[in-house]
Design a protein around this ligand. Structure first.
Ligand code: GLU
Length: 275
């Protein structure tokens, strides 16, 4: 007696397993506003190391643009800004954390790119940064070309890493898990320059005097909130659609402009920095 009958019916087995596990998982991936409300908390991945978007102050409190953005979304979508539960993510692991199911959303200085859009769903853009390069004030480096043969510090898993390595293949590179670590290395003269988004670099310049940005920027970096990918069209009650409606309202009522003005200011950075 053969292990499987020679009837074509057993060919249906993979289909049944697919229905049970594969399609079942896809359905589970759809995070709806109702499921978040039922849980009572929106699980949000944010940076703890990237001023002015997400950072801890000296007493361990979390602040920043992405934090305030999510609290406002919590108010608009879930009825309370207390409904957001923040968890730390890193550039190199934020997609894995999201897709593992432990987060509903990531709001972590994350650029919308076609590559990333293959593995996560993005909201509409809420902020546009630019990749820039920071050097110590007294550095002789003035242009990107001056960086050939020099050591450039970057954050692992970022668009900045990919773009600068393509642009300056002759430079030397050192990667860090967080932008705070990369900035500490620049302060300690373990590299000649640090590259990441200009808005993040302004955050560091607001904390420490003695640094400047090169005039040239490398790219436009539109930030989006990321969600687990939904196959096909997102249902109207999906978290992503609700967040997009909230972002549109925040754009129209001036909230997004207010957040940018409050958190991102190169002029303010110069005034508030400490030597
Ligand atoms: N916005 C860039 C990116 O998404 C760099 C900063 C970051 O990773 O947070 O890769």
């Amino acid at each position: 007696m053969p292990l499987y009958p020679r009837s074509k019916h057993w060919l249906l087995v993979p289909l049944m397993l697919g229905l049970l596990f594969g399609f079942g998982c896809a359905a589970k991936q759809t995070v709806s506003v109702d499921s978040v409300k039922a849980r009572g908390k929106l699980l949000a991945g944010v940076k703890y190391d990237s001023p002015p978007f997400g950072y801890l102050d000296t007493s361990g409190q979390l602040h920043g643009y992405d934090i305030e953005l999510l609290r406002d979304i919590g108010k608009r979508v879930l009825g309370s800004e207390q409904a957001v539960d923040f968890q730390q993510v890193f550039s190199s692991t934020r997609v894995i954390a999201l897709n593992s199911g432990s987060l509903d959303v990531v709001a972590a200085t994350m650029t919308i790119t076609p590559e990333r859009a293959k593995v996560v769903d993005f909201s509409d853009p809420y902020f546009v940064a630019h990749q820039a390069v920071m050097v110590p004030e007294g550095s002789p480096i003035q242009t990107l070309q001056d960086l050939n043969g020099k050591t450039i510090l970057f954050v692992l898993g970022t668009t900045s890493e990919a773009t600068i390595k393509k642009r300056l293949p002759q430079a030397r590179y050192t990667g860090f898990k967080t932008s705070t670590d990369a900035f500490s290395a620049l302060k300690a003269k373990r590299g000649d320059a640090l590259t990441t988004d200009d808005a993040i670099l302004y955050g560091f310049m607001g904390q420490h005097c003695g640094f400047r940005l090169l005039k040239e920027t490398l790219s436009e970096e539109p930030y989006g909130l990321a969600f687990r990918q939904i196959k096909g069209q997102a249902p109207p009650n999906s978290l992503k659609n609700a967040v997009n409606r909230a972002l549109a309202d925040m754009k129209n009522d001036g909230t997004l402009t207010r957040l940018s003005t409050k958190w991102i200011s190169p002029e303010q950075a110069k005034k508030s920095c400490k030597p």
